[in-house]
Design a binder for this molecule. Structure first.
Ligand code: M6R
Length: 613
């Protein structure tokens, strides 16, 4: 959470920082701020609210300076207000800091600083850090670099930091531990940011910092060191393949709608080079080297959070069905703290769009210590999870900016499907004939999603009807149970309507008591092996006057007679139904949220990348 950005070079820093903060706003949006350095003069502007509020605040004030840092916040310590907004300036004005993360021992440090006469304006851990660095700097009479290093060695917690020392205003310091940080290398200029999106417009040459590395950038030079020693480290420059088009809204009113509509293309991208229809083969290059160990696995444990967890459930059902390997799916936050039994015969698959989710990262580290093989399914290339896993499969869905995950979910589900089918074939569980017919059908999934998107107006009409609902239920069985959970999560996180996802057959064990004529019930009722049973579940809802919106296979005439609304999806083979069935649920949530006047791309209290536990 929180986005940080920094610039040092020959241009005016302000527009670069503001644009960078807009690109990072998905990471947190309760307050924003920037500090601009002009010689030794520092202007700091910050306020509660969004980057546009910051721009309004700055108005015609002094924006000169070719060095600066900026921040967009998701509050951890201290309420979202003007004072707690970053940047934080140390008491004697020597250090200016923006921070993404949590300093766990800040109270201890703060008490020591108070004893020494330091006073604090904010409730933040970041102001404590700024003063801590300053205190070391002034008492030890050392360089800014040494003061930063010395402070970092004594703090406990997670950080991505951009720091300026006003006595050395030609330097920008960047460091990370647990929170991401990227340095962009331009021509006579350098950029710092939480991810590549604010930098990509200026350069494709980047350095992804590792934990505990410290970079010191001037306009023309960089030195990479770590927090333990001042010696130079070797610099590995990555060429980032990301275009501005990927991170702009284009003609869509919201990123979420753009990302829903991108799915035919993103799924094709996920499949590219992996699904070889002519050869009737699946090729997963990223895990080829570890395939023998995966084939031997006694058990696969999938760890993830939120939407990625539901994609993991899709993977569980598919791997157990088609490869006959035992699979468990675990919330990373529970897994990491409950002392699970993990053996070297287990394979862990961590699923994460951002590749930075703190709980998932911590769970990976724990499982690694216990000898398991760790695989990653990440979207963000070069992210922490992608780098800390033994091998992995990128989802290649492109940047997902809307806080509500859509195209990342379908891309994750595609990867899990490919893995299940490949494993099933290699193990001989899946016959060659069935495997080939699945491959033939999977190729058609992008076109099938295009057909669902063509029905958007109808879904908007249904949204109009239920926009004022206070509660809703989503029911599905088998592979459509995780889709029901995902549909419910989409609705609650962006429209703030209470929504429950349930296995359809579980309804009669409790939730059926909630059903009355005001309760919209989404039933995922496609023609699969559960069809007849789900039809019975629809009857049970209708018998209690519930409103049924059914997602059915095209041409279904039975459910059309029972349900209040039907949304048709094209026929496809069972393993691919989740990829289609989720799309109308995404569109429904989107339109309901828009009609209720909610901020679709930046829902309240949420952030895209959850880098705190
Ligand atoms: O980046 P990750 O996939 O690890 O993120 C996990 C969850 O935070 C994320 O899926 C969250 O639930 C989304 N807001 C769902 O739309």
């Amino acid at each position: 959470m929180c986005g940080i950005v920094g610039y040092i070079g020959g241009r005016t820093a302000y527009p670069i920082l503001i644009k960078g903060l807009q690109r990072l706003e998905y990471r947190g949006y309760d307050s924003a701020g920037i500090a601009l350095v002009n010689n030794t003069n520092v202007n700091t502007y910050k306020c509660r609210g969004k980057v546009k509020d910051l721009e309004k605040l700055i108005g015609t004030q002094d924006i000169s300076g070719s060095i600066g840092i900026g921040h967009t916040r998701w509050a951890t310590h201290g309420a979202p207000n003007d004072t707690n907004a970053h940047p934080h300036v140390s008491m004697n004005g020597k250090f200016v800091v923006v921070h993404n993360g949590i300093i766990e021992n800040y109270t201890f440090i703060k008490n020591r600083l108070v004893e020494k006469g330091y006073t604090f304006k904010s409730q933040t851990d970041t102001e404590v850090l700024a003063n801590f660095i300053e205190d070391i700097y002034l008492t030890s009479k050392c360089s800014a670099e040494e003061a930063v290093r010395s402070a970092l060695l004594r703090i406990i917690g997670a950080y991505g930091l951009a720091i300026i020392c006003t006595d050395e205003p030609d330097k920008l310091f960047g460091t990370r531990k647990g929170s991401p940080l990227v340095l962009g290398i331009g021509n006579g200029e350098h950029f710092l940011a939480s991810d590549a999106t604010p930098i990509v417009e200026y350069t494709d040459k980047m350095i992804y910092l590792n934990d505990e590395e410290l970079v010191i950038a001037t306009a023309n030079e960089i030195r990479l060191t770590n927090i333990h020693e001042s010696g130079d480290k070797q610099i590995n420059v990555t060429k980032v393949d990301l275009s501005i088009d990927n991170i702009d809204k284009g003609n869509f009113p919201h990123y979420m709608l753009k990302e829903i509509h991108e799915q035919p293309l993103t799924i094709a991208d996920t499949l590219r080079g992996r699904l070889l229809p002519d050869a009737h083969e699946i090729h997963l290059g990223g895990i080829a080297d570890v395939m023998p160990r995966l084939m031997q696995a006694q058990r696969i444990i999938i760890i993830a959070c939120g939407t990625s967890y539901y994609a993991g459930m899709v993977g569980e059902y598919l791997i157990e069905e088609y490869a006959r390997v035992s699979v468990e799916v675990e919330y990373a936050s529970e897994f990491r703290y409950r002392n699970p039994i993990i053996t070297p015969n287990d394979v862990i698959i961590a699923i994460s769009q951002s590749g930075e989710t703190a709980d998932t990262l911590a769970a990976i580290r724990m499982a690694k210590e216990r000898g398991a093989l760790i695989l990653g399914v990440c979207n963000v290339v070069g992210s922490s999870i992608a780098r800390e896993t033994d091998a992995g499969i990128y989802t290649h869905a492109g940047p997902e900016i809307g806080v509500a995950s859509t195209k990342a979910f379908t891309a994750q589900a595609v990867v899990m499907t490919l893995l299940a089918l490949q494993l099933g074939r290699k193990k001989g569980v899946l016959s060659e004939e069935r495997y080939k017919s699945f491959i033939d059908d999977l190729v058609n999934v992008p076109a099938a999603i295009n057909r669902i998107l063509a029905d958007e107006d109808k879904i908007r009409e249904i949204a109009e009807k239920y926009r004022s609902a206070s509660n809703s239920i989503y029911l599905g069985r088998g592979l459509l149970y995780p889709v029901a959970l995902e549909g419910a999560l989409k609705l609650k996180e962006i429209s703030y309507i209470h929504a429950e996802g349930y296995p359809a057959a579980e309804m009669k064990h409790g939730p059926i008591a909630l059903i009355d004529n005001l309760m919209p019930v989404f039933v995922l009722a496609t023609k699969d092996r559960y069809y007849e049973k789900v039809v019975n579940n629809i009857q049970e809802v209708k018998a209690r006057q519930g409103q049924v919106i059914a997602v059915v296979t095209a041409g279904d005439t039975v459910i059309r007679k029972m349900a209040d609304y039907v949304i048709e999806i094209p026929h496809t083979e069972d393993p691919f139904i989740p990829l289609l069935a989720v799309v109308p649920l995404q569109l429904f949530s989107y339109y309901v949220a828009v009609m209720r006047g909610c901020n679709v791309d930046q829902p309240r209290n949420l952030a895209k990348s959850v880098t705190v536990e």
